[in-house]
Design a binder for this molecule. Sequence first.
Ligand code: ADP
Ligand code: MG
Length: 685
Amino acid sequence: MNRIRLLPEQVANQIAAGEVIERPASVVKELVENSLDAQATRVTVDIQAGGRSLVRVVDDGLGMSRDDALLCLERHATSKIRRAEDLAAIATMGFRGEALPSIASVSRFTLTTRERGSESPEGTQVIIGGGKILEVKAAGSAPGTTVEVRQLFFNLPARRKFLRTEETESAHIQHYLTLAALAYPEVAFTFQRDGRVIWQLPAVKTGSDVATRLTALRERLRALYGGEQKLLTVNYSAEMRSPDDLEDTTATSSSTLNSQLSTVFRLWGFIGAPGVSRSTREDQHLFVNRRPVENRGLSFALLEGYHTALMKGRYPVCCLFLEIDPAAVDVNIHPAKREVKFHREAEVRRLVAQAVRQTLLDFHTAKSEPGSPKPTVHGPPSAVVESAGEQAVRPTEQSALPNFPAALKAGPAQPPPPSARQPPLRMGFSPAPLASRPITDHQSPITSPSPPAPEPHATHLTHLTPLTHLTPLTPLTPPPAQSPGEPVPLLNVPLRLVGVIGRLYVVLESDRGLVLLDQHAAHERILFEQMLNRLEQNDQAPSQRLLLPETVELSARDASFLREQLPALTRLGVGLSEFGERTFLLDALPPFVKAPDARRFVLELVDELKAAGRELNSLRLGEHTVAKTVCRHAVKANDPLAGRELEGLVEDLRHCAMPYTCPHGRPTLIEMNFRELEKKFGRTQ
Ligand code: ADP
Ligand code: MG
């Protein structure tokens, strides 16, 4: 008896819908993608009840003829690819030809369309209910396409039950639309929810070169998020040139792939400045060839790029566009096309991490040219990237430091409020006379330019003799202007010491407002980089012998773990050696580590190294990780530092490649500008 039969078309469509159409946001995504593929310049999305009762997408794109309007509702009907080979180089959002029939099979669906440039004022309207064509008629319409999807899943009660609250479904829709709006700034988007306009984003002029697209993207970001976020420009390109990395290529595909020995890789967009992060990935927007994607490898690469500039458990804020030969990426691996697979995943990851890292380093050295994005890094991967491992800090970056005084003169991007114009600030490279009076009158910082009353703590600081490296370096070349909207790094503006509170937080001021420095975090960062520099130069870190070497006994497991870390620890100046099966001898420490209790120090070190190792999942930790851990034991908070030492601290921080976070990603500096202060004091809204 034959038991197998072909499913009716309608059932097949519903099955496909099960994969492609998860929720109202999937409908919005598929319809908007179609509008974008049809070269729309304006897209309007209306939803009601979180998209359950209505999703309507109106575009002014190419539209369809009557025949096409009927054909597009058939399964596997598409205008975007013709042959199997086309799958290897997809340049459109859609290509499977299954979205429209799927949606139409699970809703009450109306398609109204008129071809762009057609003579007749009439278009075509097709009405479908649960996959059955109910009516096809001529209908007056503007050029373009309107798709109305009502009562999604009306014929699939089980699916309908799984939908979340209107709020949640709307949030999913809004999230997708944000991504589409970021990827297509040249398209005007309107989003209305239950008759209320949520957004009205005007089209932004854009071109094909990256500089114009960056400007357009920035404008779109501003329209969506306001101008509050501190973002850095990423503009990086490299050539990917390692055919060895190619995933095994079958006989049929090898011809296309192998002919592509070098592929251009480009990453551009914006990332959060150091200190800007979120507790979720929500503001992490990644696009591959303009398609919003989720890709674990890329997320990791981002974290890797931030490295010590990001706290554990925090995520970067970014809007990054990766452009790569479509043949080097497979977009056909996920039903909703949310995920992609790179043929050379490891290399893509490396380049992304490198681009992010470079941007963060460049931010500090403020090399950006006026109004234009940073110079592109070109070259084979070997020239751009040393290794995939940890390499947050490159000592060579420090050679750029002599430019700082110039940058200082550049001052803040926005002019300080009039009252903030104060005597030249002493810290930093300001050539101000040392006798300049401290500004301590903070009772009325906004409106009162009254002469400041000296305050004991600050006074003794003003009598310090200048440190030689505070003298301005000459000649003062014209300041490298910051591109508009790009934040001026805090350490590039003059800072003046006000005092110390809680024996830990150093209070400073700049022309922009109040600055707080965590003395311990700053110290950790400085020591960390000094250690890395030494490692880089293959130097043994300085080490001080203990007067009384101590033995420490560990559990068998901890002992075997510590044994693995001994080479790195020794290089970093921690004199630990094996002294028996489970016993170690501690006889030296780096000079900056003050460990009155040697045994406790070793036990803590083991615990911290184990914790660090858990994330890395490797037997032997890299020297960077060990260095990070050792630096934790640097001069602890509450060690009183004299004014001169504090100035030295800020100065040393200026010389760091990644000065804004400690090696664990915590901020070293916090800034509260006058605007924020005014807000807090209720002077402005
Ligand atoms: P795909 O996008 O994968 O091709 P769809 O089912 O989403 O499949 O759409 C089928 C076809 O219908 C598309 O290839 C396109 O030719 C046409 N189409 C769909 N939406 C629009 C639109 N908004 N404007 C013009 N043509 C459209
Ligand atoms: Mg489509």
